[in-house]
Ligand binder design. Structure first.
Ligand code: PEP
Ligand code: MN
Length: 366
């Protein structure tokens, strides 16, 4: 067992090399739309599996909720006509049974299902003894434990062909993305499970076809293993997620524009140069740690002094002055303002903790 999940890499179950490309419509709408889209996708020769939603969990009622079991037949027809494996979303045991019966090759658990351990367990139980590949989308909320929990439930049911799909996180604030990418979540998942393949879904992150190429490139630069991109023969007329779907021709263009980087290079010059630069980073990190420790020691002294003089820990005026001067300094040195603010916030938070400890420490009695 590698770090708790026994895994077979996606390359082994899709018989291909990274990056894995999965594409197809958001929803299977009609047999014609499904099969025609799949054929055009297959003709690009750039796609390893076809996706389509059959049961669509819509946030609000009154929208297209998928073709249901009838649509499974169209998906299987698409598989027959293209020779490509097919994948769809399952949200309960009945969906799993219908997919297994129909011959769907890969299943995925949607973002609205990953949030619910009861549903994930129901899916896992329905899959006991059937080692079919399953991809688990991140939950709609940025809860890494919930995402890992869903993967673990499937792993415990005996699924070894597991992958994660990063599709971004909903938030109240409307940003440039439909679902904020919060890349740190995937970076942390990869750090905790280095053998787990992660596929990025730039379509649901962006909600807008213009951003798909940029997000896809970012995902590959972060060493993700594949992409799941929604495509449709007539995107603007799609019954769900119209704005984010692309034509198969546009899909091919996006894929051709991607720069696929290697995790490493065998070149000696590359290795030597990288090693020199890493030494410099190590040295600077040492200095940063020493300076941070020295700064906290002074915070301790300040805490003691404030205590003796009965003065509050938080001094809003001083804090504002620190932020203003340091942000200006950082900008002058080419540092991003948001980054400087984040670092200062963390340092200030820790300084307050240190001072609080000093303040609350009972006086030693002699
Ligand atoms: C989808 O893939 O069409 C879908 C519904 O995605 P998500 O679960 O990420 O919202
Ligand atoms: Mn969709």
């Amino acid at each position: 067992m590698k770090k708790g999940l026994e895994l077979e890499s996606i390359n082994s179950w899709l018989h291909t090399k990274r990056p894995i490309i999965i594409s197809g419509p958001c929803s299977a709408e009609t047999e014609e739309q499904m099969v025609a889209t799949a054929k055009q996708i297959a003709a690009t020769n750039r796609v390893h599996a076809i996706r389509a939603g059959i049961w669509k969990p819509r946030t609000r009622p009154g929208q297209y909720e998928g073709a249901g079991e009838e649509g499974l037949k169209w998906l299987i027809q698409a598989k027959k006509e293209t020779g490509l494996p097919v994948t769809t979303e399952v949200a309960n045991a009945a969906h799993v049974e219908a997919c297994l019966k129909a011959g769907v090759d890969i299943l995925w658990v949607g973002a609205r299902t990953t949030v619910n351990p009861f549903s994930v367990q129901e899916i896992a139980d329905a899959l006991k003894g059937v080692n079919i590949p399953v991809m688990v989308k991140n939950p709609v909320n940025p809860d890494l434990e919930l995402w890992i929990g869903a993967l673990e439930r499937l792993s415990k049911a005996g699924i070894t062909k597991l992958a994660a799909i990063h599709r971004g996180f909903s938030s109240f604030e409307k940003g440039p993305f439909r679902n904020a990418p919060m890349w740190d979540m995937s970076i942390e998942l990869k750090t905790r499970f280095p053998d787990l393949d992660i596929i990025c879904d730039p379509s649901h992150i962006s909600g807008n076809r213009e951003l798909i190429a940029m997000i896809s490139q970012k995902a590959l630069d972060l060493d993700m293993d594949g992409l799941m991109i929604e495509s449709h023969i007539n995107p603007d007329a799609a019954w769900s997620d119209a704005k984010q779907q692309v034509t198969p021709a546009a899909l091919a263009k996006i894929i051709d524009g991607l720069v696929v980087r290697q995790v490493s290079s065998e070149s000696k010059t590359f290795k030597d140069t990288l090693s020199v630069l890493r030494d410099q980073i190590d040295h600077l990190d040492d200095e940063i740690m020493q300076k941070l420790a020295a700064r906290m020691k002074i915070s301790e002294k300040i805490g003691q002094y404030k205590k003796e003089n009965n003065v509050t820990i938080l001094q809003v005026g001083r804090w504002e002055e620190i932020v203003q001067t340091r942000v200006a300094l950082g900008k002058a040195m080419g540092l991003d303002e948001g980054f400087t603010r984040d670092v200062l916030r963390l340092v200030h938070h820790e300084s307050i903790q240190v001072q609080t400890k000093v303040m609350n420490k009972a006086e030693e009695r002699v």
